[in-house]
Design a protein around this ligand. Structure first.
Ligand code: 5GP
Ligand code: MN
Length: 339
């Protein structure tokens, strides 16, 4: 965002506004961390601010400050539609394509007359807003929200609640500060957030050490079906509806499973296929190491997208045919996967 555009956004925010802030469907730590942090910040002024999530998010994020005020588009549909209809400004955070909010919510957003502001770090934006802060080099949208507040010369307004939300977003999207996108600036931002009240050790504990016994059993069953394809430096696993039922699957339970594939020596491409009977699809999570772009891979073959090393996609076919399709396209990438 150039200085002129930024100044007019600042001007717009200088008067009380009805504001809606939206994360993507199946919100993750960065989506909820960034939206709740921005909402808490904007609520320090005279604005009327609501976070509207397309659908629910995992329990390990439910303790986030202001989490109890989130409106869910699928559950509280008429309220959500009314808020979107009345909004003067809509912030879309951690996604860059309205369809990432689901068909019904995308339609509601498309019909809105609000001024849109995007803050996002995903590849290839599909939606253009009047105010757009898009940076694919950023580790997380939460770090971008920090820089946004910094640019508004308001770092002093970052309290413990905001710091906690931003810390969670940065921590989860960087795999606890280990992915390549983690820079020295990220660590300086994190240091500042700790100084402003983010309890780092408690936060790690609340996100990562609150497993249920059932979830670990579910992980066990998924690890048993993990397959390694040495020829393609690829590993994949799958999660069936039967396993979900057997282990009392809850939203977020499969978060991070795909990383076990990527932790195997020499693996460049990792995938998990998750049966979703309710949506009638197979949801895929893809991860990679180095220059192999799972964003391109997911876009080309599985109607998805994301980042170079972390992306998602979907398939309308059943589990068996989806895995077969995956195996069938791999030979096209033999070279890229063996660099
Ligand atoms: P995850 O595998 O954790 O669901 O998602 C990995 C990354 O890819 C996240 O940044 C997420 O926002 C993005 N992503 C996941 N699924 C999709 C999808 O269907 N389409 C697009 N464009 N991005 C996705
Ligand atoms: Mn993110």
């Amino acid at each position: 965002m150039n200085n002129e555009t930024f100044d007019s956004l600042k001007q717009l925010l200088s008067q009380p506004k009805k504001i809606v802030i939206v994360p993507h469907q199946n919100p993750d730590g960065d989506a909820m961390g960034s939206t709740l942090a921005l909402a808490t910040y904007l609520n320090k002024f005279e604005h009327l601010v609501t976070v509207i999530a397309p659908n629910d998010y995992p329990k390990f994020l439910k303790w986030l400050p202001e989490s109890d005020k989130v409106v869910f588009f699928d559950r509280d549909n008429s309220k959500a539609n009314m808020l979107i209809d009345e909004a003067e400004i809509i912030f879309i955070l951690d996604f860059n394509d309205l369809h990432r909010t689901g068909d019904a919510m995308a339609k509601a957003l498309e019909n809105s007359k609000a001024t849109f502001v995007m803050i996002d770090h995903h590849q290839q934006p599909e939606f253009y807003t009047e105010f757009m802060y898009s940076d694919v080099a950023m580790c997380s949208t939460s770090q971008m929200v920090y820089h946004f507040i910094e640019r508004l010369a308001d770092l002093e307004k970052i309290d413990a609640a905001i710091a906690t939300c931003l810390y969670v977003g940065i921590m989860t999207d960087t795999g606890s500060f280990k992915y390549k996108t983690t820079t020295s600036t990220t660590h300086r931002v994190i240091a500042e957030l700790i100084d402003r009240g983010a309890q780092n050790s408690t936060i790690h504990n609340q996100v990562y050490d609150t497993n249920t016994y059932q979830r670990l059993q579910l992980l066990g069953s998924v690890l048993k079906n993990l397959q390694v394809l040495p020829k393609y430096n690829t590993a994949y696993m799958y999660l069936t509806e039967a396993d979900k039922q057997a282990y009392d699957f809850k939203k977020g339970d499969s978060e991070g499973f795909v990383n076990y594939c990527l932790s195997i020596e020499n693996i460049v491409l990792a995938a998990i296929f998750i049966e979703d009977k309710a949506q009638g699809i197979i949801k895929m999570s893809l991860r990679s190491k180095g220059n192999f772009s799972v964003n391109d891979f997911a876009r080309r073959h599985f109607s998805g997208g994301g980042h170079i090393n972390a992306a998602g996609g979907r398939s309308p076919s059943d589990l068996k045919s989806t895995i077969k399709k995956f195996l069938d396209v791999l030979p096209q990438y033999t070279k890229a996967l063996n660099k």
